[in-house]
Design a protein around this ligand. Structure first.
Ligand code: PRX
Length: 637
């Protein structure tokens, strides 16, 4: 077995040789003639000249060896349904969906926006887009009309695929009215809307625009739609993520590089083997759902579980904290992927539930998306008796940046650290203001990547090459490096520890949210003059959003009945604009916000005060009483 150190060094020192060899893990219709083109940094193209297809690699190519093996297992504890599609059946469904999209006018390069709950049709739609060369833009189903509208306007989809409803904790969430409202708010209008009808909520169809999936499905029942071979550099999808500004960024990914990156990660990091079952508890609306519910496991020839529902609800809809473990037992899951928040929720359940099921098939549990605290890691590692593998990455990267590659060489994990840099990632720690590289163990700096970024990494921001360069590559003085916007330190053994974001992004229960987006929604309330939203540490969710609001009528600040009413109104507003995921845990009213003399909001000071920490250097603060007010208000939380 190669040592991981050698494997990593080759990826950095001889990227062409390294990635040419990884590229053998997928099928190519036409071989590439150049591995890495980094002539125009920071833009990088992988496998130029090559042609391939994500859909072929995820579905068609497995028909020879495993046509009748499970490919997609769609389980909903919300509706009590469970259905397995073999690779052969998946191919039939994907072709029906591909034919339906084509019938609605979708052609290569067109965008298809997917706004769906965790049902099999969502995966069919993604794979169908990949099959015909359309670009999918999946929007998380937990987002509401305002967020959806801004994404519709940015992506300008030809077709939107949606459903009547999702369901959460036994409560039906009607999607169609949210979509209709989004289409009322957006200036772009799609030519058609394709709807899956689960019969959970009534749907009003717009004649000429809205089509039922069941109707098209029937018309295209036996459709044969060959895979469109795409250039390796062709766009496979965009996925929106938050940053410092209120405007979400469409992270754009290629085809060939992504397929190779996923195939390589399934082998070297997740150790997933064809014929086995993979269970990721994420959502297709997030990057983890793209990479490790849909594409990664299928490319590896594994069955993948798509799960709709809470971790604490049984198939009969009644409370059951053992549901996930029962699925591991039933489907002989070998690799599971979840988020620390989910484990913290499960930690509150009866520990006997972990012993009730036969979990002997499981080889590892991967956790990502937010910091993994030691008590949670210890609890689950003792309960499951398998390695718990923390992995650090981002929507932008598409696959892990820091973790342990046990598929290359078994290495110990360290509590509190996601691990070491993955092959292909030239990770550095830089001093925040001088840009100087920090090499001594324990020094805190910004985690950055030196280009070229590896295959699978974002190509650019959709319709925003300049924004891509400005946002990510120009933050450190005098150096063109990609900033992750995370603080980190490295120990003497080369293990990294992530210490939180350097920007205004917060992480609520593993969901990445921009505080600016929440502020913009709150500012829309007619009584609000000013607002600051910060993330505050929370034992269960990692962080929660706290909103501090200055009202136009200062007198109301002292009126507790009015404050209560306004808090409710503001929360409702965020619910309808962005969705309940973005709703602040608390809204507190103050008469002024702490700012510097030049008028810049002192967010880090507000956050520190919320968390009971020292507010740091306040010499530039304009009005010390404003921070004191925040302190007083937090004390009443
Ligand atoms: O701050 C880091 C945190 O989540 C951010 C990326 O979130 P998102 O784009 O939603 O991608 C999630 C993909 C797994 C990072 O900038 N983060 C992610 N994983 C970890 C983490 N923080 C600490 N430890 C992690 N393992």
């Amino acid at each position: 077995m190669t040592s991981y150190a050698d494997f990593y060094r080759q990826s950095i020192d001889q990227p062409d040789a390294f990635w040419a060899s990884q590229a053998k893990l997928i099928d190519w219709h036409r071989p590439f003639d150049r591995v890495c083109n980094y002539d125009n940094p920071p833009f990088v193209s992988w496998f130029e000249g090559g042609q391939t297809s994500l859909c072929h690699n995820a579905v068609d190519r497995h028909l020879a060896d495993r046509a009748d093996q499970a490919a997609l297992i769609a389980i909903s504890s919300e509706t009590g349904t469970e259905k397995t599609y073999t690779f052969k059946e998946l191919l039939v469904e994907v072709q029906r969906m591909a034919a339906s999209l084509k019938a609605l006018g979708v052609a290569k390069g067109d965008r298809v926006l997917i706004y769906m709950p965790m049902i099999a049709e969502a995966a069919f739609a993604m794979l169908a887009c990949a099959r015909i060369g359309a670009i999918h833009c999946v929007v998380f189903g937990g987002f509401a009309s305002g967020s959806l509208a801004s994404r519709i306007d940015d992506a300008t989809p030809k077709v939107i695929v949606s459903a009547d409803a999702g369901s959460r904790g036994g409560k039906v969430v009607a999607y169609k009215p949210l979509l209709d409202e989004a289409l009322r708010l957006s200036s772009h209008q799609p030519e058609a809307v394709l709807l899956a009808d689960r019969k959970l909520a009534p749907m009003a169809l717009v004649a000429g625009r809205d089509h039922l999936w069941t109707d098209l499905h029937e018309q295209h029942c036996d459709a044969q739609v060959p895979c469109e071979w795409l250039d390796s550099t062709a766009i496979s999808y965009t996925i929106y993520t938050s940053g410092t500004t209120g405007k979400p960024k469409g992270v754009q990914r290629d085809t060939g590089g992504y397929a190779v990156a996923l195939a390589a990660s399934m082998k070297h990091i997740f150790d997933g083997r064809a014929g086995e079952t993979y269970f990721s508890t994420s959502d297709i609306g997030w990057v983890v759902g793209h990479s490790y519910i849909v594409y990664g496991p299928l490319i590896a020839g594994m069955a993948t579980i798509m799960y709709e529902g809470l971790p604490t609800q049984g198939m009969d809809g009644r409370p059951n904290g053992g549901i996930w473990w029962s699925l591991v037992e039933k489907y002989r899951v070998t690799a599971m992927f979840s988020a620390p928040t989910a484990v913290r929720v499960l930690k509150k359940q009866d520990p006997a539930l972990l012993k009730k099921y036969d979990l002997s098939s499981l080889r590892a549990l991967f956790l990502a998306g937010e910091p993994l605290d030691e008590p949670t890691a210890r609890w689950i590692s003792e309960g499951l008796n398998v390695p718990i593998i923390d992995n650090y990455w981002q929507t932008e990267s598409g696959w892990p940046i820091l973790t342990i590659a046990n598929g290359v060489e078994k290495k110990p994990s360290k509590f509190g650290s996601p691990g070491v840099p993955m092959y292909g990632y030239n990770v550095k720690l830089l001093h925040e203001s001088t840009g100087e590289e920090l090499t001594r163990p324990g020094e805190k700096g910004v985690v950055v990547l030196e280009g070229p970024t590896p295959p699978g990494f974002m190509q650019t921001i959709w319709k925003g090459d300049d924004r891509f360069v400005e946002t990510y590559w120009k933050t450190v003085p005098g150096r063109m490096v990609y900033s992750t916007f995370d603080w980190g330190i490295r120990d003497a053994d080369g293990y990294y520890f992530i210490l939180g974001r350097t920007d205004d992004v917060i992480n609520v229960a593993g969901h990445r949210l921009g505080t600016r987006e929440i502020e913009e929604s709150i500012s829309g309330h007619p009584q609000v003059a000013e607002v600051a939203v910060v993330g505050m540490a929370d034992a269960l969710k990692g962080q929660v959003a706290m909103a501090f609001v200055v009202l136009k009528d200062a007198a109301l600040t002292q009126d507790s009945a009015a404050s209560l009413r306004l808090e409710g109104e503001i929360m409702k507003r965020v619910d309808t604009d962005l969705g309940a995921v973005a709703r602040p845990a608390r809204v507190r009213f103050v008469t002024a916000l702490p700012k510097t003399r030049s008028g810049k909001l002192l967010r880090r000071a507000i956050q520190a005060v919320c968390e009971g920490r020292d507010a740091g250097d306040l010499t530039t603060m304009d009005d010390p009483a404003a921070l004191q007010q925040i302190r007083d208000r937090v004390a009443t939380v």
